[in-house]
Design a protein around this ligand. Structure first.
Ligand code: ZN
Length: 255
């Protein structure tokens, strides 16, 4: 079975000690491609290095929304330029909006506007470079959808989308992609999404090291097979057929 994990953080410390083993095991389990997503400057450099070392790994370069205010505007713009010019990336991610930072109400407006400014700029880069965005949208789903709607982007990927059903349908009706996390095995919301979205617009992801099927454990790429199985149940299709379709979606979108 051909498996693909379009969203994982291989540069995170959880994989530092045994990344070669993690990827070997993934390949032995049928994983043909793993998209490592960067979350800031240093992370993007690590992602590129990992992708150079392991053929199964494809790099996505990004800036996690809640990191955007930790750097000066100049530093962030420099990184945007780096992302734009880089030729190895198969996607731009992880990027997006995240409004779940309740601990400091005081700077909330400033932080929201910094993220939105950044997201606007990165949408522009995706429009120019034609590289798809892999988008995080926690508690900010409506703003993400509205900003994408006012762009010319045809193929954004909504990663782990947890917005309301109406918003999910609005995005699906536009033909956007959704990457289904392993938690679809338990989550009614992701099951409803799988049911609604056309198979030709579905992808699979782990968001490793996070969101492991067993809480507290580290997530690994081959766990996407659990999502494939569940998608098969929901779509009433053979697992192999689901896997092949999702792999074709990956190839069409990223290669
Ligand atoms: Zn992520």
């Amino acid at each position: 079975m051909k498996l693909v994990d379009v969203h994982i953080h291989l540069d995170f410390p959880e994989y530092a000690k045994d990344l070669d083993k993690v990827l070997k095991k993934a390949e032995e389990s049928g994983v043909k491609a793993v998209i490592a997503n960067g979350v800031h400057k240093e992370s993007n450099r690590s992602v590129l290095e990992i992708a150079k070392k392991f053929r199964v790994v494809k790099p996505a370069l990004g800036f996690y929304p809640t990191h955007t205010w930790e750097f000066t505007e100049e530093e962030v713009d420099e990184e945007l330029d780096f992302i734009r010019k880089n030729k190895e990336k198969v996607a731009i991610g992880e990027v997006g909006l995240d409004y779940k930072y309740p601990e400091d109400e005081k700077y909330k407006d400033r932080k929201t506007s910094i993220q939105k400014q950044f997201f606007e700029k990165i949408i522009g880069i995706s429009e120019k470079t034609k590289k798809p965005l892999i988008i995080h949208s926690r508690k900010a789903e409506l703003d993400v959808i509205e900003m994408l709607e006012s762009s010319s982007l045809k193929n954004p990927v909504l990663h782990c989308f947890s917005g309301k059903k109406k918003l999910m349908q609005r995005a699906a009706d536009k033909g956007w992609y959704f990457s289904i996390p392993v938690s679809v095995i338990k989550s009614q919301q992701f099951q409803d999404m799988t049911n609604y979205v056309n198979l030709s617009k579905l992808l699979t992801e782990t968001d490793g090291p996070y969101m492991a099927p067993t809480p507290g454990e580290r997530n690994v790429p081959e766990n996407v097979c659990l999502a494939i199985k569940k998608i098969g149940e929901i779509k009433k299709m053979e697992e192999i057929e689901v896997a092949n379709n999702i792999f074709m979606n990956y190839q069409r979108l990223f290669l």
